[in-house]
Write a protein that binds this ligand. Sequence first.
Ligand code: BGC
Length: 552
Amino acid sequence: MVGAAPGRRGAGGVHRVGGYSPAMPNARNPQSRPWWRDAVFYEIYVRSFADANGDGVGDLAGIRARLDHLVDLGVDALWLTPFYPSPMADHGYDVADPRNVDPLFGDLTGFDALVTDAHDKGLRLIVDVVPNHSSNAHPWFVQALAEGPRSAARDRYLFRDGRGRKGSDPPNNWDSVFGGSAWTQVGDGQWYLHLFAPEQPDLNWRHPDVAADYEQTLRFWLDHGVDGFRIDVAHGLFKDPALPDAPGSSLDLMADTFVPTPTWNQPQVHDVYRHWRSICAADPREPVLVGEVWIGDPSVVADYVRPDELHLAFNFRLLFARWKPQLIRNAIETSIDSLSTVGAPPTWVLANHDVVRQVTRYGGGESGARRARAAILLLLALPGPVFLYAGEELGLPEVELPPEALQDPVWERSGHTIPGRDGCRVPLPWSGERPPYGFAPPGTTTWLPMPDDWGAYTVAAEHSDQDSMLRLYADALRQRRTQPALGDGALEWLEGPSDVLDFTRPDATRAIRCILNMSAQAIDLPDQEVLLSSGGLPDRQLPPDSAVWLIA
Ligand code: BGC
């Protein structure tokens, strides 16, 4: 059994742009737990959610017009991907001005209106900050190029002379997560570091301007009413100052190994998050800090969520676990155990804008959809906050796009060998029988093409089908909100056949049991009341690749 840390509660409060007042309090002891400990966050990839102005790209006004979908679905908070001024080399993760809105997405007044409406509807809203790098169009980088080698302006980034004769080789062997070298040479012969695309130069976090500017950015968005931040590449900010060669590729070092690396996870990063936590702690609305911490060793991730650092860190263990009972159970146990030492709740996620959609990952077609239905019941029964990705509630599959449609920088940088992440970023279908399915006004060409056969996946179609993925998500979220046992708290495994995952979420009044049948045969259900199931239960049996919630 694993227990949860004691909760604490911050006072409510009003900020400049409409303070949050929960329209729909949940039943999970709201008096004693901070809101983020068991919130359900919903990631909106802004380009792909809803396009109000008909340019084919989603925007803030589109989100605002569709908030009722999220209220009906029953999520607690929205996470918006970057919408700041950007040349869009990495669709907004290359930020040229972190304290404004790109005209493609709207303007600051529109952002304020969105925050106010979201709060009025009982939804919190967090924004994405991208501290590891800026855009190459950021005024600092433009200045750094103009002022030349060894200028003070260059010191805000990681410019170095090259190795080899005439410095024509990069300063070290680091590669970019997106493929190719992590160094690009500029006209005067120096090289600059970019762990992602060349249009995303890494900032030098040892320079005081960088930290000071980021503090301004956080305060700016807090003044605009946001309820927290998702921190992009949160483990990346500092590099080993000697910039030695790395023992492997940046991607492998980030995700797969436990090897200390000069590229990621330098100890100084924790001072930054301690400071950011103090900024949030001074705000009565308890804004949350969620780090995208890609580190293989879970005990190292735990360091990022010590009580005076980030509140939450993404946990991708379940997302990367193949559909095998031992792997899934191990992902759950390791996630819970590794964080229990610091009192932070584990977080759970099956999808985001960087990975293949789960219906496809789990095998595609009918079988992939069945597993995805079972997986969401598993996910929502686990202790701690959950992150959903727009479109998973519709059961959207990954889209295989024609090469000429691909826009992810990974496609170019891999020499057209890796298609990249566009397949999970196709715009959302809302209604109708053909593209753009209500995503944009009729006749609009969308930024990525939408499949011709998505009529059955629209929000409208799934609303009127009681067996749809959407109805399952909404039912499960409603139960999660009203059952005190679900959300934050303890989890107790019940031992049985190794290919059946079976656990209880204890509660003083009503415990909930979750069973996921990963065996090849249907299994008899225990004599307990069924609260919800991922599919039919013929003869009171749980079919393979199905899950059920019972009142224990
Ligand atoms: C984001 C990606 C982005 C990268 C560089 C990531 O972790 O989720 O979408 O390309 O950071 O900013």
